[in-house]
Design a protein around this ligand. Structure first.
Ligand SMILES: CC(C)(COP(=O)(O)OP(=O)(O)OC[C@H]1O[C@@H](n2cnc3c(N)ncnc32)[C@H](O)[C@@H]1OP(=O)(O)O)[C@@H](O)C(=O)NCCC(=O)NCCS
Length: 166
């Protein structure tokens, strides 16, 4: 049976593995995204600990027969200088291949929504990688719309382009 529950410190190692799998998935979706260095990989465990002790965040794990097969991490940010003042971020969400298209992603978002509702969130935000087709379809189905685009180019390529324009 598939269950969703808040993560505990005992889930740390499983969460490191799931976060690594999500990073690999993102890299496969678009080769232009930033990649983890060796140091970044070593810091993953500390990152997971930070996520687990985030008082403004909620980490959920998906368990199937004792195995962790997915997770999600959402957090609330309040500020005075922008409207809406209280926004929820879905920072990370991942369901292992073979467990997808069974409604688990939706269940995770539902749980994060309850957490956001309890914290008076007005709006839910997230980033996704261009080229991540399942992510794009998933968020579109849930009514998310693109409002900001991140673009990149190597400095050398930009210099070349600028030189051509002279
Ligand atoms: C995105 C992700 C979390 C969705 O999880 P999931 O458990 O498969 O989601 P659900 O089963 O709840 O899907 C809900 C709906 O989203 C849409 N959807 C999900 N995956 C899709 C896909 N591969 N192609 C088209 N539509 C898709 C469908 O409308 C689906 O409803 P349906 O199955 O009734 O047609 C999962 O695919 C995943 O972990 N992908 C890799 C990591 C990732 O992309 N994370 C998001 C980064 S921002």
């Amino acid at each position: 049976m598939v269950t969703i529950r808040p993560a505990t410190p005992d889930d740390s190692q499983g969460l490191v593995e799931l976060r690594t799998a999500l990073q690999r998935h993102d890299e496969a979706s678009n080769p232009r995204i930033w990649r983890n260095t060796e140091e970044g990989n070593r810091n993953l465990e500390a990152d997971v600990d930070k996520m687990l002790s985030d008082e403004d965040g909620l980490v959920l794990v998906v368990e199937d027969g004792g195995d962790l097969v997915g997770f999600a991490y959402g957090r609330v940010v309040s500020r005075r200088d922008y409207l809406p003042e209280t926004v929820g971020f879905i920072n990370l969400i991942y369901v292992r291949e073979g467990h997808r298209r069974k409604g688990t992603g939706i269940r995770l978002v539902r749980e994060l929504c309850s957490f956001f509702r309890a914290r008076d969130v007005d709006e839910v935000n997230l980033n996704h990688i261009k080229g991540n087709t399942e992510g794009e379809s998933f968020w579109t189905k849930l009514g998310f719309e693109v409002v900001r685009v991140t673009a990149n180019t190597p400095l050398e390529a930009l210099e070349k382009r600028l030189a051509e324009l002279q």
